[in-house]
Write a new protein. Structure first.
Length: 370
């Protein structure tokens, strides 16, 4: 890339934060004072292991006592208990100080992700990040997606050379486990048995530690807690099949059917394409079938979209990926079923990606992990 092209990319990237700041300035006050999802990350460690761990009313009481504010969204901790326990040192600080430390750590995680990104095209990745609504949403909402993105980048970088660290980092992605349901299909298709074994061992360890730090019979309580109505508020803005089919008769059946089709599509793409392309497809498919996801969770597919744009030649794929990287689809909220723009674009992306792979001679032979 010549000097003029690099300068153009940097100038365009610099314009992104100004546009996003102007668009979302109404959220600035809440973001500055920590009136967001961080409330659950502060309260969850204080309640983990107590009889109140899965009582939403206790979250409201503690948040009112520590912040003077109760969110109408009823902020509750929806991660494995071991992750809540790991945040106890942070929850021992005064709330405002803990919030600023959290945001500093989140920014450090984003910087670590950029450094660990294993594929070419870091300038394009930077450009996409500067215009990313999910990135702004993650920071403004005090979310933990940046840490998952860091673990994902480490797994992506080391999967071929260091299976143990790669598997452990993949296990840590269980912080948002519902977004990684199709990763095992990729590991199986590409014969990453050692990475799979390390990841499985890591997940079992996290479950064991969760049992150690949590209340009795925490798993059924956790499932009931995370599947309650308060955990899936604001369905129309979700980037998944739940939002796409919301309002249709027998919507759950449509969602299950769509999820099965996407799983088959991801596995087929995994068997035909490179590991990075298969991983990218699995991240898109995992987001679609997540049942619980919001704008900030789409930050995890940002590197996948950048990779797909760089590696594919189909105009339809590139147009769809470019739209998903832009702020445009995030500014539209569906009011009728089958009209949610983000899940529609994600489905279209997977389908057009499959069509491009059909036209590509089958030349990918997955190699076993070293």
């Amino acid at each position: 890339m010549n000097t003029v092209g690099r300068i153009g990319i940097y100038l365009l990237a610099a314009a992104g934060p100004f546009f996003l700041a102007a668009r979302f300035q109404s959220n600035a006050a809440d973001a500055l004072h920590g009136m967001n999802d961080f409330m659950s990350f502060y309260t969850g460690p204080r309640l983990v292991g107590t009889p109140d761990q899965f009582r939403s009313e206790r979250y409201a009481e503690d948040q009112l006592a520590t912040t003077g504010f109760v969110s109408p969204a009823q902020q509750v901790y929806l991660r494995l208990p071991v992750f809540a326990f790991a945040l106890r040192p942070l929850s021992a600080l005064p709330y405002r100080r803990a919030y600023y430390v959290w945001q500093a750590l989140s920014l450090a995680a984003l910087a670590g992700f950029m450094l660990l990104w294993p594929e070419p095209g870091r300038k394009i990745l930077l450009l996409a990040a500067c215009w990313s609504v999910p990135l702004v949403a993650s920071i403004a909402n005090g979310q933990d997606v940046a840490f998952v993105l860091l673990f994902l980048a480490a797994f992506w970088r080391f999967h071929a050379t260091r299976p143990a660290p790669a598997g452990i980092c993949l296990a840590l992605c269980s912080l948002k486990f519902h977004l990684f349901l199709f990763l095992p299909l990729v590991l199986i298709a590409h014969r990453k048995s050692r990475v799979f074994a390390w990841a499985a061992a890591g997940v079992l360890t996290l479950l064991g530690l969760s049992t150690w730090v949590s209340t009795d019979q925490w798993i059924p309580k956790f499932i009931a807690f995370t599947s309650s109505a308060r955990a899936n508020m604001h369905t129309p803005v979700m980037p998944n099949l739940l939002a796409l089919f919301a309002g249709l008769p027998h919507a759950f059946i449509w969602e299950i059917t769509g999820g099965v089709c996407i799983a088959a599509l991801v596995f087929w793409l995994s068997a035909r394409s490179s590991f990075s392309l298969a991983l990218s497809a699995s991240l898109v498919g995992g987001l679609l079938t997540s049942h619980h996801a919001y704008f900030s969770d789409m930050l995890l597919v940002l590197p996948a979209l950048v990779f797909i744009l760089r590696e594919t030649t189909s105009i339809a794929v590139r147009l769809c990926g470019g739209l998903l990287l832009s702020p445009l689809p995030f500014l539209i909220t569906a009011v009728v079923p089958l009209a949610a723009p983000i899940p529609l674009l994600l489905v279209f992306l997977l389908v057009t990606l499959a069509f491009e792979q059909v036209k590509t001679p089958f030349a990918v032979t997955p190699s076993p992990s070293p």
